[in-house]
Every structure is written in structure tokens, then in C-alpha cells.
Write a protein of this length. Structure first.
Length: 393
């Protein structure tokens, strides 16, 4: 067993410096080969791109559904996020079909109009908080529009959404477990009401109506799993998308000339590089379902492997000059949207939102400038900003 260095560096990831400066945060991990043991997490830790890819890609050996290890998982926790194939396959297929049938051209136009309108309203202000006054509201507008539902009470939604993200760091912050469980239940109840109230018709264009119709047409997915999965879509569509947008804008502002380079268009390569450098997902966990090895390192059934996505995305053996934002980087095999059967379902939506908002910012005659130090939320698993003050350029 390879022990972590004295003073397990996992604990350092939740410090303000680590959250603000990813390069320094992941320096102790990114050149590591092989798995090592963290007493803090009570798990093996993978940090290289090769090891992390192996674990995330192989649902036969590594599970997201802890019932496969004999754990008693309440039905309220079962969703597209926590189920494994074949149960996972059925609910993911419903969601993928619903996403693909959206009117993506209309969605692009409406998101662009929304972004321009919000920026115009902020244009004459000497300063504004990008997260609470732009990124968060834009993401919430977008995901509720995709779902085809009305906006929830924003202040309440933001609070319970934050509780869920906090609870993802339960190993470092045990006090977040119960608030997170309650928050997931509250969002699931909201999703259940949406499904129950919707009478799908031939003109239905939102995800909720399409899923309600699918639920009536098949018995492959239970109502509880569908409701919980809709809760995941709502939460991820808000938190992951708004955090990606905030992190990406900050990365651009910290790299002189980057916003100017995006004025003529945000390319696919630029988007992927921003996900690699500034993506919010920092870590995931999988359980080992049978004695096996990860690239030669033995792992026993029942042991957990924590995958450090952000470290893998800065693996010096794969990415040349990994701390530098290179908008034309190619190839770019990052893990910012995961890998394997649990790869991010909403990646196209998050990319659409980021491309649209960044393009709108870059095209402005006077792009914004950074005012003061950004304030990060105290979250390791899903890194994101609490406040990002911007001013007129």
C-alpha cells in the first residue's frame, strides 16, 4: 500500500488558496502514477489520466450503484446518476431521447437573446456580480426553459441547490450530509409535482412533458427513478452550467487577450480547453465490485476509488504545459464531462450556454474587467465561484 504524504494533501484541497489557484492545488497529485491510499477519504485515489479513465470507463468492475456492494440505498437516492447498467441504460435512454428531440435552434436563439438582454441591463453599471446577476439567473432560465416549467422561487432554489453541492464533500465536511439529503428530497418533490401535473400533448416541447409521456408509454423506468433523475437534470443544469460559465470567464480574464480572441467566435476547441482548465467537476468516486487491478495496482472488492478529475486534466504526461490555457489545444482528451456510461448527459447544454455567454461578453465594445479577488464557494467536488465582481472595461 502506498500511503499519502504526511498530512494527507486531500485536506488541503478545501483551503481558499487551493480553490482559487488550481495549478497549486493539483501540483501534488498530477504527476503521480498508480493509486495511493487516503485516510481522509478512506479510499484509493487515482490522479493520472490513464488511471482515472480506466476507473470511470469500466462499469463492470467499478460501480456508482452502491447496492452492488451490498449497501442499503434508499429509493430516494436512485437516479440516472447513481444507477448502473442495465437499470441505468433504460432511464438514460429516455433522457437522451428527450434531449435530442429538443428544438436546439430555438434554444440557441432564446439563450443568445437572454444573454444579450441581461448584459445590456448591466452595461451601464460600474460593477456587478457576474455569478448572482448573470451566470446563475441565465443558467436557471435556460434549464427551466429546457424542462418546460416555470421558474421556482429563486432564493429558495439557490439555497437548497447549494446544500446539495456542499454534501458532495461529505468526507471533508460531515455536517453537510443531512442538509444535502433534505435538499435532494425537496427538489425531487418539486420534480414529482411537475411530472404529475403535466398532461402531455402533441405540441409538448419541454423535457418534463416528454418524460411524462414516456413514463406512460413504458414500465422500464419507475416513477421514483424518473422523478429523481429529473431532479438531477434540474440541479446539474443549474449548478454545473453556471459554475462552468463562471470558472471559464475567470480563466479568460486571468489570461490576457483571451476574451479578445473569442470575439470572432468561440470554437469547439476553445470550449473543450475551458472545460479542461476550468471545468467544475473535480472528483468522482466509484466502488470496486470484484477483486481487480487498475493498470497493475490491485484493488479489492468493496474498496472505493476516488478519481481526481481535475488532476487528470493537468496530467503532464498527456497535456503539454497543462497550466496554460490554449484555446487551440488538440488533441484534448480531458475528463471534464466524465467518461463511460455516466458521462455528463447535459454536456451539450452546458457547452451551448458557455459558448453563448462567452461570445456575448467578448463581442461587447468594452469587455468587462476583473474587480478585486474572486470569492470561491467552499466546494471541492464541484468547484465554483460565490462572487465574481466585474466592471466596465
Amino acid at each position: 500500500m502506498i500511503e499519502a504524504p504526511v498530512g494527507d494533501p486531500i485536506r488541503n484541497l478545501i483551503t481558499p488558496r487551493a480553490l482559487s489557484d488550481p495549478a497549486s492545488a493539483w501540483e501534488p497529485f498530477r504527476s503521480r502514477g498508480g493509486l495511493w491510499w487516503s485516510e481522509t477519504l478512506d479510499s484509493w485515489v487515482a490522479a493520472s489520466l490513464s488511471d482515472c479513465s480506466t476507473v470511470l470507463s469500466d462499469a463492470d468492475r467499478f460501480c456508482s450503484d452502491w447496492r452492488r456492494l451490498g449497501e442499503d440505498t434508499p429509493v430516494s437516492a436512485l437516479s440516472v446518476q447513481t444507477l448502473d447498467p442495465p437499470e441505468h441504460t433504460a432511464v438514460r435512454a429516455l433522457l437522451v431521447h428527450a434531449f435530442r428531440s429538443l428544438g436546439w435552434d430555438d434554444l440557441r436563439r432564446s439563450t443568445a437573446d437572454n444573454a444579450e438582454r441581461r448584459l445590456a441591463a448591466l452595461a451601464d453599471r460600474p460593477s456587478f456580480d457576474f455569478m448572482s446577476e448573470f451566470a446563475g439567473p441565465l443558467a436557471l432560465d435556460t434549464i427551466t426553459g429546457v424542462l418546460g416549467v416555470g421558474l421556482p422561487d429563486e432564493s429558495r432554489f439557490v439555497a437548497i441547490s447549494a446544500d446539495i453541492v456542499d454534501s458532495m464533500d461529505y468526507a471533508l465536511r460531515p455536517e453537510t450530509v443531512e442538509p444535502g439529503r433534505a435538499a435532494r428530497g425537496e427538489l425531487a418533490e418539486l420534480a414529482g409535482r411537475w411530472l404529475g401535473e403535466r398532461t402531455p400533448g402533441p405540441g409538448e416541447r419541454g423535457l418534463v412533458g416528454r418524460l411524462a409521456a414516456s413514463r406512460r408509454a413504458t414500465d422500464d423506468v419507475s416513477e421514483t427513478v424518473l422523478r429523481n433523475s429529473l431532479r438531477v437534470v434540474l440541479h446539474s443544469g443549474y449548478e454545473s452550467a453556471s459554475r462552468l460559465l463562471g470558472n471559464a470567464v475567470l480563466a479568460c480574464l486571468r489570461s490576457p487577450g483571451t476574451l479578445d480572441a473569442l470575439a470572432d467566435g468561440v470554437t469547439d476547441a476553445a470550449l473543450q480547453e475551458l472545460v479542461r482548465c476550468a471545468g467544475p467537476v473535480q472528483a468522482e468516486a466509484r466502488g470496486c465490485v470484484r477483486d481487480t487491478d487498475v493498470n497493475g495496482h490491485p484493488v479489492r472488492r468493496g474498496e472505493i476509488v476516488t478519481v481526481l478529475v481535475a488532476a487528470a486534466n493537468r496530467d503532464e504526461r498527456v497535456f503539454d504545459d497543462p497550466d496554460t490555457l490554449r484555446l487551440d489545444r488538440h488533441p484534448n482528451p480531458h475528463l471534464g464531462f466524465g467518461r463511460g456510461p455516466h458521462a455528463c448527459l447535459g454536456a451539450p447544454l452546458a457547452l451551448l450556454l458557455t459558448r453563448t455567454a462567452l461570445g456575448a461578453l467578448a463581442r461587447r465594445h468594452r469587455p468587462p474587467r476583473l474587480l478585486g479577488e474572486p470569492v470561491f464557494r467552499r466546494n471541492v467536488t464541484l468547484r465554483g465561484l460565490h462572487r465574481l465582481d466585474l466592471g466596465r472595461g
